[in-house]
Design a protein around this ligand. Structure first.
Ligand code: UT7
Length: 329
């Protein structure tokens, strides 16, 4: 019997309607379109507006659309891995909330927290359940409502992040298509540079934490930039080298959309030419767990069966990694 790989057999995405442009940000903090464009490549981002809406509310249309595309019912899903840094609630898992909302009655699920590398970690984890033969249909979702933890008084962070969600379906493939290899890394010494100060068990919510604005994302941008630029490029190159892939063998480089300059550095290190690098940061900014599946969703029509894709990400924690997969349809 041939080896079972976990192949992506459907992809879909959802971004909220509201467009927060650089020009609108100019009215909120001291910034300007030129600075944001040159330093990040971002022109606009989407924001989920509306009382009581959370990350799962973006996953519902993303997943319902995916199921329709694949022509299957929610009751056929075995497992839901929801990669998010902005879960609906601290508990229970957003995967459970989503399963109920879409009617995935036969699925179990859990949330996976690995910040911007979450979707990669989820893809690698979900693949294991397929490769062992244990499950036939695994949903891996990457989504974040970053606007729920962004301080719109902090110009260093509010210009970067946006809201969005994407989802893929993993199914067994015995023809050699699917997830082939991964290099995944975690380094907790990166915590000081990118984290949320309060709201967890170390510093539960109190009047004081609210007054000190500690429930917002805290980032030391320059330090994170340095780590990201080196490490994301390194792992992408590593996964290519150990699979004997040259730049010309790569159909698409799918980088996490954190900063256009980090994307360019990764492309340059791998040697992949600019026309093969997927970039939509100008329209969505950094949607954290959402960036990679949203890229796959938007480029799906351009992919061909057998295309070699290299996915790469870097995020808080620190976490980073790269996945090599062969597109299956
Ligand atoms: O996905 C999760 C991982 N996160 C990342 O990968 C983010 C990595 N970091 C970055 O992308 C960049 O560091 C930023 C985009 C966050 C910042 O860009 P930078 O080129 O590193 O700028 P900087 O922090 O060094 O700031 C340069 C100057 C400073 O002014 P002075 O001290 O030189 O006078 C800032 O105060 O730019 C100023 N500045 C701004 N000016 C206008 C910072 N933010 C803004 C702003 N508009 N929004």
């Amino acid at each position: 019997m041939n080896k079972i790989h976990a192949a992506i057999t459907a992809v879909n995405g959802y971004v909220p309607d509201y467009v927060l442009t650089n020009h609108e940000l100019e009215t909120m903090v001291e910034t300007n379109d030129e600075w944001i464009t040159i330093r990040t490549g971002i022109k606009e981002r989407r924001i989920l507006k509306g009382e009581g809406l959370g990350t799962s509310d973006m996953a519902v249309p993303a997943v319902n659309g995916l199921l329709k595309k694949r022509g299957i019912g929610a009751d056929e899903i075995d497992l839901i891995i929801f990669c998010t840094t902005t879960p609906d609630r601290v508990f229970p898992a957003t995967a459970n909330i989503l399963a109920d909302k879409i009617g995935a009655k036969n699925a179990w699920g859990y949330d996976l927290q690995a910040t911007c590398s979450g979707f990669l970690f989820g893809l690698a984890t979900g693949s294991q359940f397929i490769e062992t033969g244990k499950y036939k249909k695994v949903l891996v979702i990457g989504g974040d409502k970053m606007s729920s933890m962004i301080d719109y008084k902090d110009r260093a962070t509010c210009i970067i992040f946006g809201d969005g969600c994407g989802a893929v379906l993993l199914e067994p493939n015995e023809e050699g298509y699917g997830v082939i290899d991964s290099v995944l890394k975690s380094d907790g010494s990166g915590v000081p540079f990118l984290h949320q100060k309060a709201g967890g068990s170390v510093s539960p919510a109190s009047h004081e934490t609210i007054d000190k604005r500690e429930h917002y994302l805290y980032q030391e941008g320059q330090a994170v930039f340095k780590f990201a630029v080196t490490n994301m490029a390194e792992v992408a190159a590593e996964v290519m080298e150990r699979n004997n892939l040259k730049a010309d063998d790569i159909a698409w480089l799918v980088p996490h959309q954190a900063n256009k300059r980090i994307i360019d550095a990764t492309a340059s290190r791998t040697g992949v030419s600019p026309d093969k690098v997927i970039i939509n940061i100008e329209r969505y900014g950094n949607t954290t767990n959402g960036t990679l599946p949203l890229c796959l969703w938007e480029w799906e029509d351009k992919f061909k069966k057998g295309d070699n894709l290299i996915l790469a990400a870097f995020g808080g924690g620190f976490t980073w990694g790269s996945i090599y997969l062969k597109w299956a349809y």
